[in-house]
Design a protein around this ligand. Structure first.
Ligand code: SF4
Length: 279
């Protein structure tokens, strides 16, 4: 029997500004010319259901110009390494800019400082698309992720430190403290995007008002997973699901259920989950 009487959504959840913007661009491009061949540079977002929907409309991810023989490529919010962008242009592809304005801003800072001879310390996950796109703008750059990495570094006089936009402020602060201790003259850029923190803050508020929490989003989405772990950490029964078919039977034993969602979770999936909970 379904005991759920009320579903409460977190005040902030789902698509962030950068993801919403690139998804809107995809729709615009489809509407401009439904017959045109459209690609995305890598998977557009960390959400398998969205990628599946795009693929069903013929929009597939490619990693290199040689994967296909031309067309229009939409750059994802993480951006693209400048050399890879040039390769696509040389191969005759049209480019639609989908890089998040915050990532573009980081790329511009790194480019201009590199041209002035600065050494770049980029704090983030070196396998992440955004980090690759920013590191590609630097002449001399090292990517670090942990305090241990930072301790091992030699820091030249002109050093600029910048973070992957989705990093936790606490981790970035601890790494900056280590680097500043080595060289008090380093320049630190506050590049962390508030989207992740805003969703975390809203989730914590939600946990105080509900009996259980469903966090919606791709299993491959790091920010969704962090929301789920935070809810668990608050001692509230919580589940991370990708779609309505994954809702656990136990959820129907609670009266008030909260929903949160990662920055790459579309509204239509949140609505499906809510409908099934109340159904
Ligand atoms: S999390 Fe922030 S920086 Fe990243 S795509 Fe979203 S709005 Fe842009």
């Amino acid at each position: 029997m379904n005991k759920i009487k009320k579903v409460i959504r977190a005040d902030v959840m789902g698509f962030c500004m950068g993801v919403k913007s690139v998804m809107d661009k995809v729709e615009t491009q489809i509407n401009l010319d439904p017959e045109r061949t459209l690609f995305t540079y890598g998977p557009l977002i960390h959400n398998p259901q969205v990628i599946e929907r795009l693929e069903s409309r013929g929009i597939v991810p490619i990693e290199s110009p040689s994967d296909k023989s031309g067309g229009t490529v939409i750059i994802r919010a993480h951006g693209i390494h400048p050399e890879v962008r040039k390769e696509f242009v040389s191969a005759g592809y049209s480019i639609v800019e989908g890089t998040c304005p915050r990532v573009l801003h980081s790329q511009k800072i790194v480019t201009s400082h590199s041209q002035d001879g600065w050494y770049i310390v980029l704090v983030g996950d070196k396998g992440h698309g955004e980090v690759k796109s920013i590191a590609g703008c630097a002449e001399k750059c090292v990517v670090v992720l942990s305090e241990e990495d930072a301790m091992d570094l030699d820091i030249p006089e002109k050093t600029l430190v910048i973070a992957q936009t989705t990093l936790s402020g606490k981790e970035y602060g601890a790494i900056c403290d280590i680097l500043q201790h080595k060289n008090p003259g380093i320049k630190i850029i506050r590049s962390i995007c508030p989207a992740t923190k805003d969703r975390q803050t809203a989730l914590l508020d939600l946990t105080s008002r509900v009996d259980a929490v469903i966090v919606v989003g791709g299993k491959n989405s790091a920010n969704t997973r962090r929301l789920y772990l935070s809810a668990l950490n608050e001692g509230v029964p919580s589940w991370h699901v990708e779609d309505e078919d994954a809702l656990p039977s136990e959820i129907y034993e609670y009266t008030t259920v909260g929903i949160s969602a990662g920055a790459s979770t579309p509204d239509w999936m949140i609505e499906r989950i809510e409908a099934k909970l109340l159904g």
